[in-house]
Write a protein that binds this ligand. Structure first.
Ligand code: MD6
Ligand code: FE
Length: 206
């Protein structure tokens, strides 16, 4: 059992939840996911400005963003194919950590190369905010920043290392958060470096 560190009300960090062998198995599963559902470059609604991260999804629903907006949909935006299934190890982690009685429907896969980052945002495209979002980090360490549910409040940051899980729910479910930067050379998991973040979400109300 790994440590449980509540970094803010509703934000619980589980350092090293996945041991190295489990991380390697997850990366192998994600390579299969990316074969079926290739990484795509999301774009900001309205402006069409590209994100610096590349994305794909697994599970019944996937989160996409393009000039028309943010949404969940059952198919890949480029290929039109259904998203591949979620690896069982992720469903297991949700069962252990999410404290929510229904399975996740979407797993967003974010891939960060060296300079990629993610600005402060809220995850609010789901219909059900009772479920937490469960995040899993693989590869190089990411500097995660979490603030209040309003923009401009105080923030604190925590380093997310390969294998860490983070549950983000309760009073923090709509808190602003983002990734300031990736620290290169901090993990040997991905041969080319970079970071993968998985976020498991319940989208619809059960
Ligand atoms: C990341 N994470 O760690 C980005 N969202 O790369 C997120 O945006 C996130 O970690 C909701 C809940 C937990 C998260
Ligand atoms: Fe998020």
């Amino acid at each position: 059992m790994s440590n449980r560190i509540e970094i803010a009300p509703g934000v619980v960090h589980y350092p090293g939840w996945f041991e190295r062998a489990a991380q390697e198995a997850l990366v192998a599963s994600l390579r299969e996911v990316a074969k079926a559902a290739p990484l795509f470059t999301p774009r900001m609604p309205r402006t069409g400005q590209p994100f610096s991260v590349k994305m794909t999804n697994c599970g019944a629903l996937g989160w996409v963003s393009d000039i028309n907006g943010y949404r969940y949909q059952p198919t890949h935006p480029d290929t039109g194919a259904a998203w591949p299934p979620m690896p069982l190890a992720l469903l297991d982690a949700w069962q252990s950590l999410a404290a929510y009685p229904h399975p996740p429907e979407a797993c967003l896969v974010n891939f960060y190369d060296g300079p990629a980052k993610m600005g402060l945002h809220q995850d609010r495209d789901e219909q059900d905010f009772d479920a937490p979002v469960l995040s899993v980090s693989l590869g190089d360490t990411g500097v995660f920043r979490v603030g209040a549910t309003t923009r401009g409040g105080p923030t604190r940051s925590v380093k997310l290392q390969s294998g860490d899980a983070l549950s983000f729910g309760g009073p923090a479910r709509l808190a602003f958060h983002g990734i300031d930067r990736i620290i290169p050379g901090t993990s040997t998991l991905l041969p080319q470096g970079g970071r993968i973040n998985l976020t498991l979400r319940r989208v619809t109300r059960p």
